[in-house]
Design a protein around this ligand. Structure first.
Ligand code: F6P
Length: 550
């Protein structure tokens, strides 16, 4: 069966060869794979920049990897990758270029969109952002009453929140500790309330971050924040210019909101929201860590970009991780992927990846609009170890679902920990290594019996193993390493979208709920008739109104 002249993914010889290979592998265990190859751990390891990837605990053989690479070669991965880096409009449903890689390109690079080199504009904005950040950090930027800024509140949602919020947490030890940073996203008024309740408007700076500047949650929160500011500073409208800056692609809407466009930092429609935190959307982070650290982070992104673009398929980390996900989704029916960072500072990393991965690859039709008959993006989830171990790892070890996982850890604790706390790092990392081991190799019934366990308890205490993991080990969680990690996942998601033949860069699935919320709101407030409201939702609306005494 062909689709516009192309052979569909599941009809490709490489796909069918993989299906056949999967059947031949049967229930081969990781114990057998390691026993059969004393050099497996060493051979299935890869160094990229500051990251070391151990993928030896994956349920794959040399033949699996060869066939997966053949699959990649038979699909659009390489062609689309080049097209992306060149600035072609690979986001087909929105007819846009996909150029987050230009955000970290060196100043002398030439990347053209519609015949115009975008790199000078990227660096000009970066310079403006840096100058602004320095003014806030040094106290030169003054609020309406002449006081320096003490708290920066980022108002944004989705890609305009998750990236900067995640990276701020990740790089806390590198931040200006004398400043306070808060991130408000939820349209639940409680979010803004909690962020502002102990703040002084005279020393608070709001960064309203929204690519479109039409996102209802962000505009609603920004409007309420402006009211809070004006109430606190005596109602003088000129205060807004000293306490509100915007990050957006939409100057018109920013001006209409009442923010001086001189206080606006721009980016471009070729930066997708979930790929935007190294654009001006990262302004709150830039203020927090300063321009030098921010540029180090961009260098980390660039290192991974160059690796992805130039490394041969056998040594290409994003390609490898992407293909492993394709393997488990297609041939093990894996539905989920866990990302388990053994770093408290990466507490928001998986939440960030959820948008990156699930908004990109949560698609059911191919690039031509035909329904796909293969699995696309997994459910991405996870929280930092060791907390997860005492919550849901039980299911990872002994449940009925196969959930491949990434274990991420760092050799060194952050420098500012006291010696006593730094000593805890070995215990943290011992847990990471132990989990990878237990997930992979489990514990056989005979091993359980050998411990003298009563026969009726043996099945309960047996660990089947063969739960695949990749361990990503880095020296320390520096700005550069964070950039490398994020770009690794960005390109992994890219590879999977290219293999699955989907548009990873649109997000139409978010629209319907937005439209319906706008339609339902008048019914909640005024009891207005909503034509076509289904009986279940109509009943819930009526109950809600009654509970609100309306
Ligand atoms: O959730 C949909 C979405 O468009 C995301 O892709 C985006 O990151 C988020 O909304 C916020 O959009 P904006 O930056 O335009 O406010």
């Amino acid at each position: 069966m062909t689709d516009g002249g192309r052979v569909r993914l599941d009809q490709l010889p490489a796909w069918q060869a993989l299906a056949q290979h999967r059947a031949e592998l049967g229930d081969v265990s990781l114990r057998e794979l390691f026993d059969g190859d004393p050099r497996r751990a060493e051979r299935y390891g890869l160094t990229v920049g500051g990251l070391y990837l151990d993928y030896s605990k994956q349920l794959v053989t040399d033949e699996t990897l060869r066939l997966l690479r053949e699959l990649a070669g038979a699909t659009e991965v390489a062609g689309l990758r080049e097209a992306m880096f060149r600035g072609e409009r690979i986001n087909v449903t929105e007819d846009r270029a996909v150029l987050h890689t230009a955000l970290r390109a060196p100043a002398d690079a030439v990347i053209e969109v519609d015949g115009e080199n975008v790199v000078p504009a990227v660096h000009a904005v970066l310079d403006r952002l840096s100058a602004f950040a320095e003014r806030v950090r040094s106290g030169e930027w003054r609020g309406h009453t002449g006081q320096p800024i003490r708290t920066v509140v980022n108002i944004g949602i989705g890609g305009s929140d998750l990236g900067p919020a995640m990276a701020y947490e990740a790089l806390l030890p590198y931040t200006a500790r004398e400043l306070d940073f808060r991130f408000v996203s939820n349209v639940d008024g409680a979010d803004l309330h909690e962020a502002l309740r102990d703040l002084d408007p005279a020393t608070t700076l709001f960064i309203v971050a929204s690519k479109t500047f039409t996102t209802i949650e962000t505009i609603t929160n920004a409007t309420s924040a402006r009211q809070w500011l004006l109430d606190g500073l005596g109602g003088d409208q000129t205060a807004v210019a000293r306490h509100f800056v915007a990050v957006s692609t939409n100057a018109e809407k920013v001006a209409a909101f009442g923010i001086d466009t001189a206080n606006m930092f721009e980016f471009w429609d070729w930066v997708g929201g979930r790929y935007s935190y190294d654009s001006a959307i990262g302004l709150s982070l830039l203020v927090a860590i300063g321009p030098d650290r921010f540029r180090e982070m961009l260098d980390g992104f660039r290192l991974m970009d160059e690796h992805f673009r130039t490394a041969p398929p056998e040594r290409n980390a994003p390609l490898l991780l992407g293909l492993l996900g394709v393997w488990y989704g297609a041939f093990f029916d894996a539905q989920a992927h866990a990302v388990l960072p053994y770093s408290h500072y990466l507490s928001q990393f998986t939440a960030y990846l959820q948008q990156l991965d699930m908004e990109s690859n949560g698609k059911r039709v191919d690039r031509n609009g035909e329904p796909v008959s293969w699995q696309t993006g997994p459910v991405v989830w996870g929280t930092p170890g060791t907390n997860g171990q005492h919550a849901y790892y039980q299911l990872l070890h002994q449940g009925t679902k196969l959930i491949p996982a990434d274990l991420i850890g760092f050799a060194r604790p952050v420098a500012e920990l006291s010696p006593v706390l730094a000593d805890q790092h070995d215990l943290l990392m011992a847990n990471l290594f132990a989990q990878g081991q237990a997930l992979a190799f489990g514990k056989t019934p005979d091993e359980v019996r050998a411990e003298g366990v009563a026969e009726e308890l043996v099945p309960h205490r047996t660990f089947p193993g063969d739960r695949p993991t990749t361990t990503i080990l880095a020296d320390e969680l520096s700005p550069s390493v964070l950039g490398q990690l994020v770009a690794l996942y960005e390109h992994k998601v890219f590879v999977q979208g290219a293999v699955w033949d989907i548009d990873s860069f649109d997000q139409w699935g978010v629209e319907l709920g937005k439209v319906l919320a706008k339609r339902v709101e008048p019914a909640l407030v005024e009891g207005a008739e909503v034509p076509g409201l289904d009986p279940s939702t109509a009943g819930l609306v009526a109950r809600y109104r009654a509970l609100r005494g309306r």
